[in-house]
Design a protein around this ligand. Structure first.
Ligand code: ADP
Length: 416
């Protein structure tokens, strides 16, 4: 079986796949690690186990995961030998990692070197890999990077117009994030359309707490909205999205803010939360806007406007558009946001059928109006499945598996 690990700063998520990746045998979440109120949830099919206990660090988190998988009343494996490969999500691969890779000593050293770009995330990812190397000796580990898919972004789109040495000597450039989601969703979209990925130009709108718009041409990311840090591009739950960097100098020089305060402002106090003053959660902001709260309405207006503008820019960057694809929490669930983003995009060949837009939950991924040149799709993302597929591919030389899954068509019954 293949174990997928997503180790964040205060959480550990896991999924256990059966050997041919046709089924998620068990999955779980260890939350609020090192904080008050930590808990663990473990799911097997419809059954759920919840445990509230102190989980002071990731090591204890891994103990809980192993207990749940091996010894709990919802145990699914008899021993660690049932795990044949482990796939890990890693946030930042710098410009070293252009694709997923098997872990060895050199890779671990390179991962440490990339941690300077993602000081909050990469150390947790590394800790997760080290725990697995220790607990499951001899089992191959694969690491899948959020940044890797965007390494194909051409240099005119990834080099900033700053002194060139910042790029050549310090690696300061656009890296992008959510690459694993965008890669999965673009392949799934091609499957749904029953067209080769190589023939398609798409804009992927990954709209969750974090937001990425990604231009994908012939299966390769050619531009992406997040850059060097993770707060630029489209406004997010608490992150600002793009703004004039002169504001930073103003805040430091004229308003006496420290660099740390400005950093917290950009990452934690802006976006939907900053404008609405109420919440970072789109559902709540939309409900308040509906009830007449003007700042909430403005937060949603800014969100929609920036997405729409970027879709147009990416269509131009790709010399055309064949598909517009919505995914992640907001993209998958909010027909209103989809409708508002698409309104007025007729100029690009985008128009949706509002009846189909309301029927996505019934398994209708294609919401385009009849005869529109551009297909508008809603595709549930599944980063874990993409990690499992990469892990499978990379270890299948050393371990015999049944035939791999080739279809990415989304499993609506499971997901929505
Ligand atoms: P993360 O980036 O943490 O994985 P998700 O992809 O789960 O986030 O997306 C979370 C966002 O999706 C939240 O802002 C939430 O309010 C929003 N969301 C979920 N369902 C809806 C809905 N029906 N309408 C609007 N927003 C929704």
């Amino acid at each position: 079986m293949i174990l997928i690990i997503n180790c964040g700063s205060s959480s550990l998520k896991y999924q256990l796949y059966n050997p041919d990746l046709t089924e998620v045998v068990a999955k779980g979440l260890i939350a609020r690690i090192g904080e008050n109120g930590s808990y663990a949830e473990h799911f097997v099919g419809q059954e759920r186990l919840v445990m509230r206990r102190a989980i002071p660090d990731h090591k204890v988190g891994f103990d809980v995961m192993v207990d749940n998988l091996l010894h709990s009343e919802l145990a699914v494996i008899e021993g660690p030998q049932a795990i044949t490969a482990i796939g890990h999500r890693a946030v930042h691969g710098g410009d070293i990692f252009v694709e997923s890779t098997l872990v060895d000593e050199t890779v671990m050293e390179q991962l440490h070197a990339c941690a300077r770009f993602a000081p909050l995330h990469n150390p947790c990812n590394i800790a997760g890999i080290e725990e697995c190397l220790r607990r499951f000796p001899g089992v191959p580990n694969v690491v899948v990077f959020d940044t890797a898919f965007h390494q194909s972004v051409p240099r005119e789109a990834h080099v900033y117009a700053l002194p060139y040495e910042l790029y050549s000597q310090w690696g300061i450039r656009r890296y992008g994030f959510h690459g694993t989601s965008c890669r999965y969703v673009s392949q799934a979209a091609a499957d749904i359309l029953n067209r080769p990925l190589e023939d398609l130009s798409m804009v992927i709108c990954h709209l969750g707490n974090g937001v990425t718009l990604d231009a994908v041409k012939a299966g390769r990311s050619v531009d992406t909205s997040i850059g060097f840090g993770t707060f630029c591009g489209i406004p997010m739950g608490t992150r600002s999205g793009d703004f004039d960097p002169a504001i930073i100098f103003h805040l430091v020089k004229e308003r006496g803010m420290s660099v740390e305060e400005v950093e917290a402002l950009c990452y934690e106090k802006s976006g939907l939360l900053g404008v609405s003053g109420v919440s970072n959660d789109m559902r709540e902001v939309m409900e308040r806007a509906e009830a007449g709260d003007d700042r909430c309405a403005l937060a949603v207006d800014i969100f929609v406007y920036q997405i729409k503008k970027t879709v147009g820019a990416y269509a131009a960057a790709m010399d055309g558009l064949d598909a517009l694809v919505f995914t992640a929490g907001i993209g998958e669930n909010s027909k209103e946001i989809r409708s508002r983003v698409c309104a007025g995009l007729g100029v690009l060949g985008v128009r949706i059928d509002e009846r189909l837009n309301s029927m996505v939950r019934n398994g209708h991924p294609n919401i385009s109006a009849a005869d529109m040149r551009v297909a508008t799709l809603v595709v549930p993302t599944d980063e874990e499945r993409m990690i499992a597929l990469d892990t499978y591919r990379l270890v299948s030389d050393s371990i015999r598996f049944p035939a791999p899954i080739t279809s990415f068509a989304p499993t609506y019954a499971e997901r929505v």
